[in-house]
Design a binder for this molecule. Structure first.
Ligand SMILES: Cc1cc2nc3c(=O)[nH]c(=O)nc-3n(C[C@H](O)[C@H](O)[C@H](O)COP(=O)(O)O)c2cc1C
Length: 173
C-alpha cells in the first residue's frame, strides 16, 4: 500500500510507546552526505504553538556533527522486517561504516527538508530544527540520572517543527 501525506494532528502515535520495540531511525545531513542512527528517546507535542518532535542525541555520536549543523532532520518508523537494519544503526557508527550501504536502507529526497528520508519507512516525520539546547549535569534534579552518562556525554536536545508527515494510512487515526 502506498504512503500518503498525513495530517499531523491526526497521527496515530502513542507518546509512551511510539519508539517501541526497536527504536526509530533519525537521519540528518544532505542527500550527498547523511548519517542514520537509531533513537528511542524523544518526545512530541505542541511547543511554541507548533507541532514539535524532540530528539536526544549524545555528542559522542557521529550523528552529532550532522544534526548540530543541519537545518533539519527526519525521523523514520520501520516495519519489523527491518529490525536487523535498525539494530545495526543503533550499534554501529557511521564513522566506521556506511550504514545505508550495509543495511540496504535507501536515503531518498524529502518533501520539505534537506535531510533525506528512508524510502522503506512506514512513517516519516520531516522536522525543521527550531531549537537546540544541551543538557548540563547541574540541571539534573534527580542524581539517579547521572550514571546514565559515564562518558559525560550529556544529550543535546533538538526540537524540530514537524513540517510533513508521510506514511501508511494506518498511521492516521
Ligand atoms: C534501541 C536504541 C535506541 C537508541 N537511542 C538513542 C538515543 O535516543 N539517543 C542517542 O544519542 N543514542 C541512542 N542510541 C545509540 C545510537 O544509536 C548508537 O550509538 C549509534 O551507533 C550511533 O551511531 P552514529 O555514531 O553513526 O551516530 C540508541 C541505540 C539503540 C540500539
Amino acid at each position: 500500500m502506498d504512503k500518503i501525506s498525513l495530517p499531523v494532528n491526526e497521527l496515530a502515535l502513542q507518546p509512551f510507546t511510539a519508539f517501541d520495540p526497536d527504536g526509530v531511525l533519525l537521519v540528518a545531513g544532505t542527500h550527498e552526505r547523511a548519517n542514520v542512527m537509531t533513537i528511542s528517546w524523544g518526545a512530541f507535542g505542541i511547543m511554541w504553538g507548533k507541532p514539535v518532535m524532540m530528539v536526544m542525541v549524545r555528542p559522542t555520536r557521529h550523528t552529532w556533527d550532522f544534526i548540530r549543523t543541519a537545518p533539519d532532520f527526519s525521523v523514520n518508523w520501520m516495519h519489523a522486517e527491518w529490525a536487523d537494519a535498525v539494530r545495526i544503526c543503533g550499534t554501529q557508527s557511521g564513522r566506521d561504516l556506511d550504514k545505508f550501504a550495509a543495511t540496504g536502507l535507501t536515503p531518498s529526497p524529502a518533501a520539505r527538508v534537506t535531510a533525506p528520508v528512508i524510502a522503506q519507512s512506514e512513517l516519516t516525520l520531516e522536522c525543521r530544527t527550531l531549537c537546540h539546547t544541551d543538557l548540563k549535569p547541574e540541571q539534573f534534579r534527580d542524581a539517579a540520572l547521572l550514571p546514565l552518562y559515564p562518558q559525560e556525554d550529556y544529550h543535546g536536545l533538538f526540537f524540530g517543527e514537524v513540517l510533513m508527515a508521510t506514511g501508511m494510512p494506518r498511521y492516521r487515526r
